[in-house]
Design a protein around this ligand. Structure first.
Ligand SMILES: [Zn+2]
Ligand SMILES: [Zn+2]
Length: 187
């Protein structure tokens, strides 16, 4: 039961939601409805019916979604995701409203936040089943607590965002090397 292309997009929505917590700089990346509409819109969600109740729900949900990336033990992760799923308004239905058969997991008429939640959980569970829980990790850069979804063939992704974190780490390593050179007395 695969549901690409929705699966990867749903996981990326979860990643963006969790990273909007931005624990490294302390500011919340999901301050209001506009920010929430933008985040969801960027990940392909139709946000016409987004409400402030959705915003509150998603904001509160983030630490529990974050735990899915922090937990080391695969069984513990599955237990966590299954428990969250048991709280959802789930009723799987096959639909082709956009031309291709795919599952909707949230009950028809569920709120946008519920649909994001349920679809995200199902997508995370499929990742664990098909690719393994180590695809869901924390960024390896010092001082960065962002989470990431590793879709590389050889499990090689280490940083949340190749542009910012990978660069930062390379710059720090370069500076360290320069410092070591400077500290070495000339002979
Ligand atoms: Zn659909
Ligand atoms: Zn990072």
């Amino acid at each position: 039961m695969s549901f690409e292309p929705y699966g990867e997009r749903a996981v990326n929505t979860v990643v963006a939601l969790v990273n909007s917590l931005a624990p490294s700089d302390g500011t919340d990346g999901l301050p209001d409805l506009d920010a929430c509409a933008q985040l969801l819109g960027e990940h392909g969600w139709i946000v016409d019916d987004l409400t402030s109740a959705d915003l509150r729900f998603l904001r509160k949900l983030r630490p529990r979604l974050r735990f899915a990336f922090e937990v080391q033990d695969e069984r513990e992760l599955v237990t966590h995701l299954n428990r969250l799923l048991s709280e959802c308004d789930v009723l799987p239905q096959l639909t082709d409203h956009d031309g291709a058969w795919h599952f909707h997991y949230a009950r028809p008429g569920a709120t946008l936040a519920q649909r994001v939640f349920v679809t995200g959980l199902m997508a995370l569970l499929v990742v664990v089943r098909d690719r393994g829980s180590d695809r869901l990790r924390i960024c390896a850069a010092d001082g960065c607590a962002n989470v990431l979804f590793d879709t590389t063939k050889n499990h090689s992704r280490r940083f949340c965002d190749a542009r910012t974190c990978a660069n930062r780490v390379h710059t720090a390593a370069y500076r360290r090397r320069q410092r070591v050179k400077a500290d070495t007395p000339d002979r």
